[in-house]
Design a protein around this ligand. Sequence first.
Ligand SMILES: *[C@@H]1O[C@H](CO)[C@@H](O)[C@H](O)[C@H]1NC(C)=O
Ligand SMILES: *[C@@H]1O[C@H](CO)[C@@H](O)[C@H](O)[C@H]1NC(C)=O
Length: 214
Amino acid sequence: MATIELLLIICLSIVSSVPAARGNSEVDALNAFRHSLTDPDKVLENWDPNLVSPCTWFHVTCNEDDRVTRVDLGNSNLSGHLVPELGKLEHLQYLELYKNNIQGTIPTELGNLKSLISLDLYNNNISGKIPPSLGNLKSLVFLRLNDNRLNGPIPRVLTGIPSLKVVDVSNNNLCGTIPTSGSFEHIPSNNFENNPRLEGPELQGLATYDTNCS
Ligand SMILES: *[C@@H]1O[C@H](CO)[C@@H](O)[C@H](O)[C@H]1NC(C)=O
Ligand SMILES: *[C@@H]1O[C@H](CO)[C@@H](O)[C@H](O)[C@H]1NC(C)=O
């Protein structure tokens, strides 16, 4: 093989390996979220999408393998909406977005966050239904969705998350009845209050909880 051909092959293989080395799906996911937000206080200003990882970004915490474990953006004056890409942060344990003015719905894809311990979306302007996919969050301990504009029923699959200790859905527009089984057995009734269409607590054996509830 001629030297020039060999050089060409070497150059091409170097060029084609660059995107693979630089690509970071967690940078891309958080950058997609940033682009859906309005950030008047510039709390996301150092989120540089050209970095190899998001681990030096403010309000982002990584583990020793440079995988994102926390996003701490509570009380940050953010508006905009959540994005499906957040579901790609597969090592995320804490998603803290409380006390902002986030609108829109909770993406189904958040059910992919297998390591999630805390989903804190309280005190925003989130509408739509609680996605049943959240029942897949088998590490979840804290689910605080209170003070939003959520409607629809409380998905029954949530009662099957053994680790779940704190659920607060008060001050929304949920309907149906309040689950009382599984992990919901010890949730205080205050944490369901101010949902004018929510009835309960549910009586065991009566499966009519979602009539007139959509
Ligand atoms: C939040 O952002 C608005 C602009 O959208 C600004 O007027 C207000 O002062 C900010 N509030 C705080 C507490 O930073
Ligand atoms: C909440 O969101 C709705 C649109 O979904 C909007 O009309 C309303 O102004 C928002 N409320 C606040 C306090 O921003």
